[in-house]
Ligand binder design. Structure first.
Ligand code: AMP
Ligand code: GLY
Length: 420
């Protein structure tokens, strides 16, 4: 039996801890720093890499990293130097997410399909470039900006103001020292996530996120307002194409460049005329996608994490998945992704039926009571025999929960219905 340390505090980390605590190989699951829903919380911040390593060493933990920041900061390299087992990519491998410019150049030199682009650090040159184009663009900050450093433009004016926001006003700080201006690809978006040991990559179930704050994909981008799995948008033929042309090719190209990619590889995909393009890589599970995906797993996730670390995924059996749909509706506080009130008491947990599970994100537990403590608060996740019934089960459960500033989208999963 091993102990597990999960690094992070969101819905993704709660879902991972929920799943791993079901493994008969896992003794205790710790979460650092965790949230109001996770057990055995350890008060160590995700940027305290030495503190995390000390804890893992003392408690004989196998560590799993949820969010991108500690991966980009080199947590895996640090743990490896100390001979501690940890699931996730090294700092070099994490560049696929931590530098969008690195990722775009990597895709270009390895013929991995993605939008055409140019890089700028000079606002005037960037504006002149935009004016010379006859198509719409997306302006992206190079570095990590919590999913918010991407501005999708509908006109030249939009693009010029996006350049000002990122490069001149520095709204995303140093993450915006350089920008990418890329072609806007109009199509259908889906998430494809695989787990790799550096040699091969095993696909996870497909899913679709809902990134905008309001119904019908209106309003600004967020970390994700809900997700469902599987998505009928990615059928078997397309899944095979994405696996071969994007996932396997990425893992092999990384290897050819001398970088072993271990961990979750997430490709944010845009489908245009049936062809997949990579919008972004993430080097971790998606959140909220992790919540419906873990709920459908019919296998011991710990075994696959251990096989990734040990480099022997090819000896593992195929993963098996519940033949059901899962839907996660994110409950946020009004005002997210900008400003919002925190510290409001949340009620209704006792009324949730066993068809669903409430994963916590921005919550804290104070003397047995749960309070809001962030923007995205809960991920109410439910299974159903059809996508329609999973949607209904998730919203029925979401209706039981209340706090003053509660907000959610009303159309999570609906896009999938139109493809069935
Ligand atoms: P990213 O963080 O790069 O995935 O971008 C966030 C969101 O912006 C994506 O989920 C898409 O909805 C949108 N986006 C990014 N790049 C493009 C693109 N080239 N064309 C259209 N939409 C995009
Ligand atoms: N749901 C998208 C992300 O985790 O970045």
């Amino acid at each position: 039996m091993v102990n597990v340390l999960i690094v992070g505090s969101g819905g993704r980390e709660h879902a991972l801890s929920w799943k791993l605590s079901q493994s008969d190989k896992v003794e205790t699951v710790f979460t650092a720093p965790g949230n109001g829903g996770t057990e055995n919380n350890i008060p160590i911040n995700i940027d305290d890499l030495d503190g995390l390593a000390d804890f893992a060493q003392k408690n004989n933990c196998f560590t799993i990293v949820g969010p991108e920041d500690p991966l980009a900061a080199g947590i895996v390299d640090k743990f490896n130097q100390r001979n501690l087992k940890i699931f996730g990519p090294s700092k070099l491998a994490a560049q696929l997410e931590s530098s969008k410019i690195w990722a775009k150049n990597f895709m270009k030199r390895n013929n991995i399909p993605s939008a055409k682009f140019e890089i700028f650090d000079d606002a005037q040159k960037a504006q002149d470039y935009v004016k010379s184009l006859d198509y719409n663009v997306v302006v992206k900050a190079d570095g990590l900006a919590a999913g918010k450093g991407v501005i999708v433009c509908n006109s030249n004016d939009d693009a010029i103001s996006a350049i000002q926001t990122i490069l001149v006003k520095k709204t995303f700080g140093d993450a915006g020292n350089k920008i990418i201006i890329e072609e806007r690809i109009d199509g259908i978006e889906a998430s494809y996530i695989a787990l790799s040991d550096g040699e091969i990559a095993i696909p996870m179930a497909t899913s679709q996120d809902h990134k905008r704050i309001f119904d019908n994909d209106k309003g600004p981008n967020t970390g994700g307002m809900g997700a469902y799995s599987p998505t009928p948008i990615i059928g078997d033929v397309l899944a095979k194409k994405i696996q071969e042309k994007i996932i396997d090719k990425t893992i092999q190209s990384m290897k050819n460049e001398g970088i072993v990619f271990k961990g979750f590889l997430y490709a944010g995909i845009m489908l245009r005329d049936g062809e997949p393009y990579v919008l972004e890589y993430n080097v971790r599970m998606g959140d909220p996608e992790c919540q419906p995906i873990t709920m459908r797993m019919d296998f011991d996730l710990y075994d696959y994490f251990a096989a990734s670390v040990d480099g022997n995924l090819s000896s593992m059996p195929l993963t098996s998945w519940k033949n059901q749909f899962a839907v996660c509706v994110v409950l946020a506080s009004k005002g997210y992704p900008e400003s919002y009130v925190t510290n409001e008491e949340i009620s209704g947990f006792d009324s949730i039926s066993n068809k669903s599970y409430v994963f916590h994100a921005g919550t804290k537990n104070s003397n047995g009571k749960i309070f809001s403590n962030g923007g995205r608060i809960l991920g109410v996740t439910a299974l159903g025999n059809s996508l329609e019934s999973a949607i209904k089960n998730a919203y029925d459960a979401a209706d039981q929960i209340s706090w003053t500033s509660k907000y959610h989208r009303n159309d999570i999963g609906k896009k999938g219905l139109t493809y069935l």
